[in-house]
Design a protein around this ligand. Structure first.
Ligand SMILES: Cc1ncc(COP(=O)(O)O)c(C=O)c1O
Length: 480
């Protein structure tokens, strides 16, 4: 969309007194246009003939009943996990906290378009404006609010990149709840200031694997130099909650239905903003660790595709070549964590004992993916692509130099996907509307950028042998 500007800027920099056209580059919603309900894709999936398989108990392998989850989560979140309501009202205190940074902006990346010399129009929804620097507070605030209402005094969690731990630490501090974070050791070492950020909000931060839990000790016994993984850190946090006699609850920053649900504020806003820009995306792109930012952006658009309103709209999920869950994983029932304490879910997985190489996109080092997202990939509604570290840093630097934002390495996967689409549009001589999720900024990722800029970034290969070994540890429950 182009808008007319009256007059010029500084003398000599542009024609004075004439009107000229510029492309509008930012589409904002006012605070009273912020969504007041989360969107649940489940009814749309069912109407389209897809029935997500039930999560199973890790011991009995029978479908999990809500009471089993009560050791870990407050009842309100369990009800959201299994909800079949299309809309779920966002409580007032959650909206109040969201208003600290929401609605987040939608930008058109015209400077990137020009650098690529592409006829594509590239839009991005920017979640790095949140206080913690990513989309993660959208669910952290909600989860802590429901815990507070249920009387929880302490929450344990894991963090990969530090973004989720930072968000939960902040939310716990807002609502007066203690917070313990198991931080994947690779990130703990790469990103010391993320630890300080969490400690600023009074969180206890422990590098994982740690010797404070049985799960952590077992990993360290087998591999004293373990760099950790999200699956291991989840095991530690789940163990702390499950063995606390109800005193400590657990919170997960991705994968689960209720987490994806909370993130749909991103896509609901983006839809309104794209309408404001008078555009409909041809392709919606995001990076996938457990699936929450991508589902948050994509699901409100996906509902239209599933209902047959936008059958041509494409969806692209991007991931690291070192942890290629969607592109090289197997669709199977598997544990959500490494130690096998979390429920078993049907998803794309590299095997719950697979430990991805310590790439800098720590938030994408997860062996599995959200069940609903996995199902949509399996049914062909979402395509997936995997990129190497140097490919995504090259894309990140191009984005920084044109748009000014230094992206989180996780988000750089989405940028790479968007650039590839724009280049393909150029090569085909086609217009194309590309929408991607810029899930966070990379201001705490300077070690990663330093390594890239000084040639210290190893090109990590996917260890197919380790995947084969890890797949042998699948629980062996057939997909019906
Ligand atoms: C900035 C950023 N983007 C993406 C992710 C991936 O998580 P998810 O797939 O749940 O959005 C993370 C995870 O930590 C993250 O920090």
């Amino acid at each position: 969309m182009a808008i007319a500007i009256e007059g010029g800027y500084a003398p000599g920099s542009s024609p004075q007194g004439e009107s000229h056209m510029i492309d509008r580059t930012r589409f904002d919603l006012s605070q009273d246009q912020m969504p007041t309900a989360w969107f649940n894709l489940m009814p749309s999936l069912v109407r389209a003939g897809m029935r997500p398989l039930p999560p199973l108990h890790p011991g009995t392998m029978e479908p999990v009943t809500p009471d089993v989850l009560e050791a870990l989560f407050p009842e309100a979140l369990i009800m959201q996990e299994v909800s079949t309501d299309e809309w779920i009202d966002i409580p007032g205190p959650v909206l109040d906290a969201y208003r600290l940074w929401r609605p987040s902006p939608l930008h058109r990346a015209t400077r990137l378009e020009r650098a690529l010399d592409t006829p594509a129009r590239i839009y991005f929804k920017y979640e790095g404006v949140s206080p913690a620097g990513s989309h993660k507070p959208n669910t952290a605030i909600a989860q802590v609010y429901y815990n507070k209402k249920a009387g929880t005094k302490r929450i344990a969690t894991e963090t990969g990149a530090g973004q989720w731990g930072s968000s939960l630490a902040m939310a716990c501090s807002f609502f007066g709840i203690d917070c313990q974070v198991f931080m994947v050791r690779a990130s703990y070492e790469q990103k010391p200031y993320r630890r300080v950020f969490m400690e600023t909000f009074d969180a206890d931060v422990v590098p994982s694997p740690s010797s404070t839990t049985r799960a952590g000790k077992a990993i360290l016994d087998a591999d004293p130099g373990s760099t950790g993984s999200l699956g291991i850190a989840i095991s530690e946090a789940v163990e702390v909650a499950a063995t606390s006699g109800g005193a400590i609850k657990y919170a997960l920053g991705s994968v689960l239905n209720h987490v994806l649900l909370h993130q749909t504020v991103v896509g609901l806003e983006a839809k309104a903003q794209m309408a404001e820009a008078e555009e409909v995306p041809d392709v919606v792109i995001g990076c996938v660790g457990g699936g929450s930012n991508y589902a948050g952006l994509a699901y409100p658009f996906m509902a239209d595709r599933l209902a047959g309103r936008t059958p041509q709209m494409r969806f692209l999920a991007t991931e690291p070549a070192a942890c290629p869950t969607l592109t090289k994983g197997t669709y199977a029932y598997d544990f959500g964590d490494t130690a096998g304490m979390a429920p078993i879910v049907a998803m794309y997985t590299l095997g719950h004992t697979f430990v991805p190489a310590p790439v800098h996109a720590g938030g994408l080092r997860y062996h599995g993916d959200a069940p609903s997202l996995s199902l949509l990939v399996r049914e062909g509604h979402i395509q997936a692509a995997a990129y190497t570290q140097s490919q995504i840093f090259e894309a990140a630097i191009m984005f920084a130099k044109t748009q000014g934002v230094v992206p989180a390495p996780e988000s750089a996967h989405a940028i790479k996907g968007a650039i590839d689409e724009a280049v393909a549009a150029r090569d085909a001589g086609q217009e194309r509307v590309v929408l991607f999720g810029l899930s966070g900024h990379g201001n705490f990722d300077m070690q990663a950028y330093d390594d890239y800029l000084h040639g210290r970034l190893p090109e990590v290969e996917f260890d197919a042998g380790a995947e084969v070994a890890a797949l042998a540890d699948l629980p062996g429950v057939p997909i019906p």
